[in-house]
Design a protein around this ligand. Structure first.
Ligand code: NOJ
Length: 733
């Protein structure tokens, strides 16, 4: 049922969810039509315009009903003040919708999204989004420019930090959780936020990993890899999408009728609205497909962008184009209708203001901080643990040498897009260890070097501290400004002289525990053999140090698993687990196979990888029915045993491979996962029930189909190791 708008009377349902199913409310549609019929051309264009910040000129425009939205206006008092002008002083009293980048928390800052995705815990991710929404909404924000659901297969791209990594299935699950978390059951609840799935689409495939750069992906790759998280967001009822900065094969996504009109508003029946990215319509001029802003505006609008963020391309000059029949007024009416519809869903007409007292109770609420700690703990990934150097043996420990530029840094844990996060709220690793040990263990902290500069003058002091201590913990990585927007890197080694400092300290022969803080996968081949343990701690938000300390001493058994591949070297990029086999897979020593002559093709740490302080053993994979029709459910059971001596959580992953099809298929595709808690010694049978429909692919005509034939199945603790079996899909008679 394509592109058919169903209008019903809605009682007691989640309106946002129904919106995701293409079902509209008759009552709201009627109100939108009445309002639209009263609007002048300038007022319509106004609704389609979003500006950043407030000044007197903007206030005057609000009074005239010529601005529909702001971003970067913060605080309940300020948002209420400007809203009052819109509601009480403009001719039609249409409320403003106020947006902000609330990405991983408002004031209570959670782990950066890439880190949070490593928890594979969609329940907790949803809860974090719900808290972020509550805090931001209490400060007068209605709309967040999140979740970022861009798939990223290139760690050079700084914005990999903002998403859920490289996999479309996991990306879709996280997108759904975030949308439901931000928007809640009912968007008109004043403590929810309108969500915005961004950046539509393909932004993560920027050539060379350079931000804003050209993208050229096939329709197949778009549909298989980049679109699924957006589709999941739409199905979950997301009210808005943001178009991206990049082009795809010659057509900028902010002027792309195929992705915006044909797929999003056509095939998917999306009834919310699309906002451009910051001046991305204006940038159509630099892209070279529009001669000026007016032409850019026409292209953006025609493609399906309903609101122009800071582009000044949707202007009253368009009226003449409508008069000359160059532009259809119906396009403008459709855009305004969508924006008004969402404003009604938000309940802004009934309650345009926020109670200015709520924020005091909500911001940094005790429960919010606890959730930030819970998610931080689950986001940590243990990458290496030679001779079980971790957890630190508390009983035998008298002193720790804590070395590294990030060990007591209050800024980096906040990561990119820290919204209203403050350094004063942050617990560093140094503070976390102090909180943990009090005076029982001496912590000798020496910075040793900076993140970025090349001075080695602090090395001697660091080495002396190490010589006096039982254990060495080094906290190193990237500062917060080294990932996120406009922060692509060409070299992914530890920046500055951090690797040199590790080498210098390794000479002391003391076992080194390396705690990494970074916003992307980094390359570790040059130091990996020098350290005994590697704890990937990303940028974990305000509870960073407490979570790291919990893991170091074993109060928390690490359970995170990588959601983006760690390459051996930057030359392997793009590298991702779900690659194609090629005609010459590198399975023999044959020279003429797809490989590098100077390095293995395999990554240092694969997708889905992460260690635990215990050991999980997989046995007895069993398929309930290995001949299946496309309408069946595939049921696979597997035994997972905690064979170690401490309790733990295992993220059990389910992969498939379609062995022969009409088009080539990836060597592995994630189709399911479960977080399973196991007490020491405990065995559980884990069951996956996967609709066979989900095993399909786009055929030569780009129709999604499950083709008959054999599929191999692998279930395990990462994308490389697991138990395998096969099933056959048969055609229905
Ligand atoms: C540009 C970024 O690309 C986008 O993610 C963000 O939401 C907007 N600026 C607004 O700040």
């Amino acid at each position: 049922m394509k592109n058919i708008i169903r209008i019903v009377l809605i009682f007691g349902f989640s309106k946002a969810l129904l919106l995701g199913q293409g079902i509209l409310s008759a009552d709201i549609e009627q109100k939108v039509d009445v309002l639209l019929s009263q609007m002048t051309f300038a007022e319509k264009i106004g609704q389609m315009t979003q500006f950043s910040g407030i000044n007197e000129d903007y206030e005057a425009l609000v009074r005239k009903g010529q601005i529909g939205s702001f971003l970067n206006v913060i605080g309940a008092e300020e948002t209420n003040r400007i809203q009052k002008i819109a509601v009480e002083e403009s001719r039609l009293g249409i409320p403003l919708v106020i947006g902000l980048d609330v990405i991983h928390g408002y004031r209570t800052i959670f782990p950066i999204p890439l880190a949070a995705s490593a928890s594979w815990d969609t329940v907790l991710i949803r809860k974090a989004a719900e808290i972020a929404a509550k805090e931001a909404a209490s400060a007068g924000i209605h709309w967040t420019f999140a979740p970022m659901v861009d798939i990223a297969r290139d760690a050079r791209w700084g914005r990999i930090a903002e998403g859920a990594g490289e996999d479309p299935f996991l990306g879709a699950a996280v997108a759904r959780a975030q949308v439901l978390g931000f928007q809640g059951e009912d968007l008109s609840d004043p403590l929810t936020l309108l969500a915005c799935a961004k950046h539509y689409v393909g932004y993560g495939a920027a050539e060379g990993g350079r931000d804003y750069n050209t993208v050229d992906v096939s329709e197949r790759t778009l549909r298989e890899i980049y679109l699924p998280p957006f589709k999941a967001a739409v199905d979950a009822g997301v009210g808005t999408l943001m178009s991206a900065f990049n082009e795809i094969g010659g057509v900028p996504t902010s002027a792309n009728q195929f992705t915006l009109r044909t797929i999003l508003k056509g095939e998917w029946g999306f009834n919310g609205f699309v906002v451009s990215d910051w001046n991305s319509i204006g940038e159509l001029v630099a892209h070279g497909i529009a001669k000026d802003r007016l032409e850019a505006g026409v292209k953006g609008l025609t493609a399906g962008i309903d609101m122009d963020m800071e582009g000044r391309c949707y202007t009253s000059d368009m009226e003449a184009l409508v008069a000359d029949e160059i532009l259809s007024e119906e396009l403008i009416n459709d855009a305004v209708r969508r924006i008004l519809r969402i404003k009604f869903y938000l309940g802004l007409f009934e309650h345009p203001y926020i109670d200015e007292n709520i924020q005091k109770e909500l911001i940094l609420h005790r429960d919010h901080i606890q959730t930030a700690l819970d998610l931080a703990r689950e986001s940590i990934v243990l990458l290496k643990n030679e001779k079980s150097v971790l957890p630190l043996n508390r009983k035998k420990l008298n002193s720790i040498a804590l070395i590294g530029p990030l060990a007591n840094d209050k800024d980096s844990p906040l990561g990119t897009w820290r919204c209203q996060g403050r350094q004063e709220d942050v617990v560093t690793v140094y503070e976390g260890l102090k909180n943990k040990f009090g005076d029982d263990v001496k912590i000798i902290y020496v910075k040793g070097c900076d993140v970025k500069n090349n001075s080695c003058s602090g090395f001697d002091k660091a080495i002396k501290a190490v010589q006096k201590a039982d254990v060495v913990v080094m906290v190193m990585g990237e500062s917060a400004d080294m990932s996120g927007e406009a922060a692509s890197r060409a070299d992914l080694n530890l920046p500055g002289v951090q690797a040199e400092l590790i080498n210098a300290i390794a000479e002391t022969n003391k076992p080194i525990v390396l705690v990494l803080m970074n916003g992307r996968p980094i390359t570790l081949s040059n130091i990996e053999s020098k350290v005994s343990a590697i704890v990937e701690a990303w940028q974990l938000g305000i509870q960073h140090g407490n979570a790291v300390a919990d893991v170091l001493v074993g109060d928390v058994n690490p359970s995170g698993k990588l959601t983006a591949t760690f390459p051996r070297t930057v030359g392997q990029i793009p590298i991702h687990y779900n690659h194609k086999n090629s005609g010459r897979p590198n399975i023999s020593l044959d020279k003429f196979t797809s490989k590098y002559i100077d390095l293995p093709s395999s990554p240092l740490y694969p997708f889905g990888y992460g260690l635990s302080y215990t050991e999980f053993k997989y046995t007895g994979i069993e398929v309930e029915n290995n001949r299946l029709a496309p309408s069946d459910e595939l049921v696979v059971n597997i035994n997972v045993k905690n064979a170690g001596s401490c309790d733990g959580v295992e993220i059990v992953q389910f992969y498939i491979r379609d062995l022969v099809g009409s088009v080539t298929r990836p060597v592995k595709e994630l189709k399911g996962f479960q977080r399973v808690s196991l007490k020491a010694g405990e065995l559980k049978t884990v069951q996956f029930r996967i609709p066979v429909r989900n095993l399909g692919a786009y055929d030569l005509d780009m129709n999604y189909t499950v083709e008959p034939g054999e599929f191999s199945i692998m279930v395990g603790g990462n994308s490389i190791d697991g138990l395998t079996t096969t099933v056959e899909v048969v055609r229905l008679k």
